[in-house]
Design a protein around this ligand. Structure first.
Ligand code: HEC
Ligand code: HEC
Length: 105
């Protein structure tokens, strides 16, 4: 193999490795199944019953939580998955389906 090819392969590996590293960084943790409430709550106001906003302000100041938690239009579930692995959109779809069923009855 020519040394030029080797350098090309090394650059490629560095880029792929770097992207992989970035994709593992700063991932929002799923809600632990050990807390039963996690399976039933969806609204951000529900979360605040146990997870205090002051805590997030503190974490945000230490760059340990994205500032998006402050945005009332953004569901916590957009980033944190429920214990069953579902996310905000799926809950929205499920609720819409239940609502549609109510209308049909
Ligand atoms: C009834 C109280 C309660 C409610 C409501 C609640 N949580 Fe929790 N949550 C906890 C407790 C207690 C823990 C810590 C569990 C542990 O350490 O095993 C926790 C842990 C977490 C963690 C993991 C934190 C870590 O460091 O690993 C996330 C993420 C989380 N909750 C998100 C949420 C979200 C999002 C909501 C709202 C949809 C929510 N929780 C609602 C009590 C609650
Ligand atoms: C934009 C995505 C995003 C949103 C929205 C979001 N979070 Fe997080 N959350 C994160 C990330 C990223 C972390 C840090 C994970 C890490 O570094 O370990 C985190 C960490 C946490 C933790 C663990 C904090 C600890 O003690 O270390 C809890 C609990 C939590 N979030 C709850 C919530 C709740 C409740 C909401 C809604 C009010 C929310 N999050 C909204 C991305 C988000």
């Amino acid at each position: 193999m020519k040394s030029r090819d080797l350098i090309f392969v090394l650059i490629l590996l560095t880029i792929v490795g770097g992207l992989y590293y970035l994709s593992t960084k700063n991932k929002a943790k799923p809600m632990p199944v050990t807390v039963p409430a996690h399976s039933v709550v969806t609204a951000r106001t529900d979360c605040f019953g146990c997870h205090k906003p002051e805590k997030f302000a503190e974490l945000e100041a230490q760059h340990k939580h994205p500032g998006k938690w402050r945005d009332e239009r953004v569901s916590c579930l957009l980033c944190h998955t429920k214990p069953d692995g579902s996310k905000a959109e799926q809950h929205f779809l499920r609720e819409r389906e239940q609502f549609a069923q109510l209308l049909r009855q």
